[in-house]
Write a protein that binds this ligand. Structure first.
Ligand code: GLU
Length: 506
């Protein structure tokens, strides 16, 4: 039997990391076993679902490269698939029919309890320290009593009978799971009195009618599974296999939350995580290859993925590891590809600087391409490009005399060094202004004066970039160009001279 699996996001918020991870594991399972990966939009919560969130979720999944075979849209085209529609809000009729069948078989019944009655039950149960449950007031009404209620026009919900039993299933990750249905809160509302279906019902009806063979989802749904199993059985459907993925945890091992961590995939996209790195990291949130290897492309993951290797313990979200992996994937990108991905991030950074009043110069795409060798090894995220090369595009860089002086040096030495460096660099003619031509004379200068090369290079670096961390110094000088290098050294020298004059003259 080839598997049919699904990702079933609720569009009540932007694409969450947990949903992205669940989507990935379903995708990997389907592709590894030659099965079908389906997307179903679970938008029964009309008050909280929006089309904008749905868009965000679909865009995010496309960004991750998780293409689905069936869904409300497939590869940007409208739904084609044997089980359309794939949006629950468009499947209401199906849920009504299924509820009718359950009513006819007395697996469900009409419940006339008013909101006030149910609230009063709840309060009484709280007072008696009982867990909340339906008291069964309408479970055994006679046909006569029902007719009477209907005649009075009392609206009714549909409740599914939840017997007292032990529901057991073999979870592909957790092994045998047994849950006593008495803990489930009693008979379950499946349709509200206005005819709208409830979540547990829509999931079970859809998984049954869409022939889902494996339900792979987060551990937070584990306690719902017995309800779904009872519904599958009542609907006369085969019960699928279940696999509950470990929770994703904050560093303090609490459940990952918006409050403590970034949870929206779009935020990571905006910071410049690349899909290759992000997918790779998501895969490691709960799955391990069993080898020392850590870097896996999506195709490699498809090949290696075994659901049995998913562990059941919580997966701690580790931002540092994500950045490290992302950096590794940035290094693997081809230069044109990387230049193209960087362009937007650099432009956004320069826009922000311009908006803040800076005078800037805009790079052409081929200039960005020339920067790639300077930055490729140094980017944990694409968004770090601005901090790394902004000095190339700013009319003025912000430098203070304190910044110019390396840790082990004083102002006098720094001034002397910058003057000497300026003269040395000025001796390199424009035609040979290259890293290989600049390095030897500057090293010789440090030797001659008894300076540590690192200190001299730091003073130059800060004077020409305004930063202590940049791409390699000699490449940086070349990227900046001879004229601007000499000009910025001159500016630094003047800054220190003015400072000296104020201090000694004051
Ligand atoms: N719509 C549910 C959610 O977003 C998923 C339900 C399921 O996978 O069964 O959490």
């Amino acid at each position: 039997m080839t598997p049919r699996v699904r990702i079933a996001p609720s569009p009540t918020g932007p694409l969450h990391i947990g949903t992205a991870r669940t989507a990935l594991f379903n995708y990997l399972y389907a592709r590894h076993h030659g099965g079908t990966f389906m997307l179903r939009v679970e938008d029964t919560d009309q008050a909280r679902s929006t089309l904008a969130y749905e868009r965000d979720i679909l865009d995010g999944l496309h960004w991750l490269g998780l293409s689905w075979d069936e869904g409300p849209e497939v590869a940007g085209r409208p739904a084609v698939g044997p089980y359309a529609p794939y949006r629950q809000s468009e499947r209401t009729q199906l849920y009504r029919e299924a509820a009718d069948r359950l009513l006819q078989q007395d697996r469900a019944y009409a419940c006339y309890c008013s909101r006030e009655q149910l609230e009063a039950d709840k309060r009484a149960q709280e007072a008696a320290h009982q867990p909340p449950h339906y008291v069964g007031r309408c479970a055994s009404l006679t046909p006569e009593q029902r007719r009477l209620n209907e005649a009075q026009g009392i609206a009714s919900a549909v409740r599914f009978r939840v017997g007292r039993e032990l529901v057991a299933f073999d979870d592909l990750i957790r092994g045998r799971v047994e849950i006593d249905t008495t803990a489930l809160g009693g008979d379950l509302v499946i349709l509200r009195s206005d005819g709208t279906p409830l979540y547990h019902f829509t999931v079970a009806v859809d998984d049954a009618t869409m022939a889902i063979t494996h339900v792979i989802r987060g551990e937070d749904h584990l306690s719902n599974t017995p309800k779904h199993i009872l519904l599958f059985r009542a609907l006369g459907a085969d019960v699928p296999q279940f696999a509950h993925l470990p929770l994703i945890l904050n560093a303090d091992r609490t459940k990952m939350s918006k409050r403590k961590s970034q949870t929206a995939v779009s935020d990571y996209v905006a910071q410049g995580f690349v899909r290759e790195g992000f997918v790779n990291y998501l895969a490691l949130l709960g799955w391990a290859s069993g080898t020392e290897e850590e870097l896996f492309s999506l195709d490699e993951l498809v090949e290696r993925f075994e659901i049995e290797r998913v562990h059941s313990g919580g997966a701690v979200f580790d931002r540092e590891r994500l950045e490290w992996l992302n950096g590794q994937w940035i290094r693997r990108l081809g230069p044109d590809d990387l230049a193209e991905r960087l362009a937007g991030f650099l432009a956004a950074e320069l826009d922000a600087r311009e908006a803040a009043g800076a005078r800037i110069r805009r790079p052409a795409q081929d200039e960005i391409r020339t920067l790639v060798p300077l930055v490729q090894e140094r980017l944990p995220v694409l968004g770090a490009i601005g901090d790394l090369v902004d000095f190339l595009f700013l009319g003025e860089i912000a430098v203070t005399p304190e910044m110019l002086v390396p840790k082990r040096w004083d102002e006098r030495t720094t001034l002397e060094a910058l003057k000497a460096a300026r003269a040395t660099i000025a001796d390199v003619p424009p035609v040979t202004f290259e890293a290989d031509e600049l390095e030897p004379p500057l090293r010789a200068l440090a030797d001659e004066r008894g300076w540590k090369a690192g200190d001299l290079f730091m003073a130059i670096r800060v004077a020409i970039t305004g930063r202590t961390a940049t791409p390699p110094l000699f490449d940086t000088l070349v990227a900046l160009g001879r004229d601007r290098t000499l000009q910025r050294l001159e500016d630094g020298i003047r800054l220190l001279e003015t400072e000296k004059a104020t201090v000694t003259g004051g």
